[in-house]
Design a protein around this ligand. Structure first.
Ligand SMILES: *Cc1c(COP(=O)(O)O)cnc(C)c1O
Length: 396
């Protein structure tokens, strides 16, 4: 009866459970339909509404919404003035976009190793990587757990560096009891469907800095402005000027209507995610073959991802076999992430294996198990039963 599905046994679940997915209700659908029937599909009032909801929620002064989290990171790097010759310190355990945004601006990503306990960039490693060329730090709140932002701010202050916090996983997460989003000069969020709230595709940067805000507004729309204080002269009511090189990174009102409506439910989503994480922590605490995520005392994570680390010394197989066995049980597992510099593109740029030992060791052992607000209690117990079934089979 307990034969693994991969060996011909009956899977734990009849249907496949993905590792993450959106939660859309009738209210979300009505908001989007209202925009479709209205006057503005883009650059209308829903964009401001979504921006205001996010900036009010995290307690930041300004927000600029754009077409994706990646565009948001690019915009933040532009506003920070990253250019050729500049170095930017990045975490290796992240989605490629956290480092690509530096390359877009002609800068050089410098990878600093992670803390093997929290999996977040280690401030001590950041300090070792600072040179006279370092301009900024892009720490990532991996899985929703905030980085030690006060410590990173101390290092940034000492070396005159800008912090762009990649909080794509962390809208709704807390650091020392306050929402992530006000401690760095700029904080980026993503609204991809698996993220804490979604707009389909979308991203945002929040900031308290008026100058950075103005630069980002320009960058979002071709570097074009009608602002009397910015244009060289005025030829008439039709007149605008392009004063910098920007992009079309605008987000539609259709997307923002969805995002704004999703923001009404963020606390409910996060609370459900925290309950599921707690259930997993409890269920796996005595499974010696697994290390459950470790939360720092300053963090109250919103649990974008739940990553288990396999203690391979206690298992008869590699991560790959456990991964495939779980997939066969219909448990949608994933791996977040291959250290960015091990991607072939980065290898071609000259980054070498061995650069961040802790990141590479973690990568060999990590598996993301399903966690999203719409999961039922039955889904949660299926995941627990599936993981225990597979681990039990492969344990030494
Ligand atoms: C999702 C994600 C991004 C990019 O967001 P998109 O909206 O998909 O462009 C950036 N960084 C991290 C860590 C992410 O998970």
């Amino acid at each position: 009866m307990n034969e693994l599905a991969i060996n011909g046994g009956r899977p734990i679940r009849k249907t496949y459970l993905s590792y993450g997915r959106q939660d859309i209700d009738e209210e979300d659908i009505e908001s989007v339909v209202k925009v479709l029937k209205g006057d503005f599909l883009t650059t209308g009032p829903s964009v401001r509404e979504f921006e205001k909801k996010v900036s009010d929620y995290v307690g930041a002064k300004h927000a600029v919404a754009v077409a994706s989290g990646t565009a948001a990171l690019h915009m933040a790097c532009f506003a920070a003035g990253i250019k050729e010759g500049d170095e930017v310190i990045v975490s290796p355990i992240t989605f490629a976009a956290s480092a690509n945004c530096v390359l877009y601006c002609g800068g050089t990503p410098v990878f600093a190793d992670i803390d093997p306990k929290t999996y977040n960039i280690d401030p001590k490693e950041i300090e070792k990587k600072v040179t006279s060329k370092t301009k900024a730090i892009i720490p990532v709140d991996f899985t929703g757990q905030s980085v030690d932002i006060d410590e990173i701010r101390r290092i940034a202050g000492k070396n005159n560096l800008i912090i762009i916090e990649d909080s794509a996983h962390a809208l709704g997460s807390e650091y020392k009891g306050k929402k992530v989003g006000t401690k760095a000069q700029m904080t980026e969020f993503s609204f991809h469907p698996v993220k804490p709230v979604t707009s389909g595709e979308g991203g945002m940067v929040v900031t308290d800095d008026d100058e950075l805000y103005k630069k980002m507004i320009l960058f979002r729309s071709h570097g074009i402005t009608r602002d009397k204080d910015l244009i060289t002269h005025n030829e008439g009511p039709w007149y605008y000027e392009q004063i910098d090189l920007g992009y079309n990174y605008r987000i539609t009102d259709i997307q923002c209507a969805l995002g704004a409506s999703q923001m009404n439910k963020i606390d409910k989503f996060i609370s459900r995610r925290r309950d599921i994480a707690k259930t997993y922590n409890e269920a796996f605490k005595d499974v010696a073959e697994i290390t459950t995520p470790c939360e720092a005392e300053f963090s109250n994570s919103g649990w974008h991802l739940y990553v288990i680390k396999l203690n391979l010394e206690k298992l008869t197989c590699t991560r790959k076999e456990i991964f495939e066995a779980l997939q066969a049980e219909n448990i949608g597992v994933n791996v977040h992430y291959l250290p960015v510099y091990l991607h072939p593109y980065y290898q071609k740029l000259g980054y070498q294996k061995g650069l961040c030992k802790n990141a590479e060791e973690l990568y060999e052992r990590m598996i993301t198990i399903p966690l999203f607000p719409k999961m039922t209690d039955e889904d949660v117990s299926d995941v627990i039963d599936g993981v225990k079934k597979v681990i039990n089979y492969y344990k030494r």
